[in-house]
Design a protein around this ligand. Structure first.
Ligand SMILES: Cc1cc2nc3c(=O)[nH]c(=O)nc-3n(C[C@H](O)[C@H](O)[C@H](O)COP(=O)(O)OP(=O)(O)OC[C@H]3O[C@@H](n4cnc5c(N)ncnc54)[C@H](O)[C@@H]3O)c2cc1C
Length: 461
């Protein structure tokens, strides 16, 4: 892991000629931040980090790597949580944050063209300034990029209302493994002329193509928000509320669940104090947003829910951010306690409560002393199971959690992807025929297997 693999001198010279001396990095200190993932669980040495500044440069870099048979790991903001954005076996890391062009917003179609390296926060601000909204939103917004969120089909906190990243995609520009460029950026909302490559690349985790830009659909702004933090007895009660307000509140934006152990951890690592004097069995964060103030509707709808034990409402931005902090600071607080195993699973809403009630004891039985911390996007049936305690390479807890998910009809990845972390378990929730079809697509587009090797299918597959 510590040796920096050497590239052939001619290849290195060709990469320097394409991207420029300053953007081909092999200095250990400068390369370090590209070589370890956000969780610190995954790291490796890159042969070199290349930071192309345009689509043409990406194409030229790919062409050099393709001809020399050199594997490439694409990287955006490096906030991915499944080990797929950092090198494992001396690959070239292709840093894409210099592709940061952001076009004017077409207010007629409510679309914008964004470079792969544009951060989600910058894109959101750009849309807001034009009176529109880019609704993909996640706690990593300051670093996560357009390209990375497309490659992972990122979900986040507003999937319930607006869908995941793929629902924003009108068109894509991407570079294939051999350096050829595919592009449909005309902004047509209807276009049935053959296979839809943008959707194929969404969620492909850098294994099929390098995304260089995208044409994205924005939505109408919803400037008025109402946020409530609720205390309820358990996950079952939280689901009962979800079921009721989903029908009675039309502008429901987010519904997030978390638990006492997570809130206690957040309070320990931030300046927050516990929201309620008596910790409830489950916390529920509910947010509505609209063109008019939705507060009254939310308060009235929640008044109809006998499951609510405690509640705190916020209508101004500062208070809302305070309530969101209990939820959004989970990830960084968990990271501050150790190197977590992060499992991002989705369950049918009918088995989610059973999963939540069972998973802690299964983990404790598999690895004594392991601490599972759960939180997630309840409205989507998506729970993040974070396990502290097991060594980074100890997969016993992962195995029992993912098998439990499969037995309850769920999926082993809701939104983070399979990456390296979950490749050995792909077969649990995808059939042999599914995997064969996916492999055939991979082989067709990347016959040399140079794009993000090991991701989704595993290294030895
Ligand atoms: C605090 C925190 C909160 C998070 N919350 C959420 C959440 O709510 N929902 C969610 O879905 N995720 C969440 N994530 C995970 C992460 O932010 C997303 O997976 C995000 O989409 C990654 O974007 P990125 O630019 O950082 O990509 P990276 O981490 O750099 O890469 C992610 C994957 O995409 C590939 N890739 C990157 N750029 C490109 C490109 N241009 N072309 C082709 N492939 C590329 C990489 O090879 C890798 O496989 C969170 C992460 C953190 C740290």
């Amino acid at each position: 892991v510590n040796e920096r693999p050497r590239l052939d001198a001619a290849v290195l010279a060709a990469l320097r000629a394409v991207a420029g001396e300053a953007h081909v990095i092999d200095d250990p200190e400068l390369a370090a931040s590209y070589e370890t993932d956000w969780t610190r669980r995954f790291s490796g040495r890159a042969s070199v980090v290349v930071r192309p500044g345009s689509t043409a440069e990406v194409a030229a870099v790919l062409s050099v790597c393709h001809d020399a048979g050199i594997p490439v790991v694409p990287q955006g903001g490096n906030t991915g949580l499944v080990g797929a954005s950092v090198p494992r076996r001396g690959e070239v890391v292709l840093g894409l944050t210099r592709l940061d062009g952001l076009g004017d917003i077409d207010t007629v179609s409510a679309q914008v063209t964004a470079g792969a390296g544009v951060t989600i926060a910058r894109l959101q601000d750009h849309a807001t300034a034009a009176g529109l909204l880019y609704p993909v939103d996640l706690a990593s917004r300051e670093s996560a990029t357009v390209g990375g969120t497309i490659a992972t089909n990122a979900g986040g906190i507003r999937v319930l209302r607006y869908g995941p990243t793929r629902a924003r995609l009108v068109g894509i520009e991407a570079v294939l493994a051999d350096g050829s460029i595919v592009s449909r950026m005309g902004g047509l909302t209807k276009d049935n002329s053959g296979y839809e490559l943008a959707q194929l690349f969404a969620g492909s985790e850098g294994t099929l193509a390098i995304v260089t830009a995208a044409r994205l659909q924005l939505v109408r702004a919803t400037p008025h928000r109402a946020t409530a933090l609720l205390g309820v007895a358990d996950t079952e009660a939280a689901l009962a509320i979800l079921q009721r307000i989903r029908h009675s509140v039309t502008d429901l934006d987010a519904i997030e669940a978390f638990y006492h152990d997570g809130v206690e951890m957040v309070c320990r690592h931030t300046s927050a104090t516990p929201p309620f004097a008596t910790p409830p069995g489950c916390y529920l964060l509910v947010e509505c947003a609209g063109r008019e103030d939705p507060s009254e509707r939310l308060v009235n709808a929640l008044a109809e829910c006998p499951e609510v034990i405690e509640s705190a409402f916020a209508t101004d931005r500062a208070q809302q951010q305070q309530l969101w902090r209990y939820r959004e600071a989970h990830t960084e607080s968990i990271n501050a306690e150790g190197i977590p195993h992060k499992l991002d699973v989705t369950l049918p809403l009918t088995t989610l409560a059973e999963f939540e009630a069972t998973v802690r004891e299964r983990v404790a039985a598999a690895v004594p002393g392991a601490r599972p911390i759960l939180f997630g996007h309840l409205g989507d049936g998506n729970l993040h199971v974070n396990i502290l305690g097991p060594a980074p390479d100890d997969d016993r807890a992962t195995d029992v959690v993912l098998r439990l998910v499969a037995s309850l009809g769920g999926s082993i990845s809701a939104e983070h992807g399979i990456g390296i972390a979950k490749a050995p378990w792909l077969h649990l929730t995808r059939s042999e025929a599914d995997i064969a079809a996916m492999r055939a697509i991979k082989r067709a587009l990347d016959p040399g297997g140079i794009l993000n090797p090991g991701v989704i299918f595993g290294h030895d597959a």
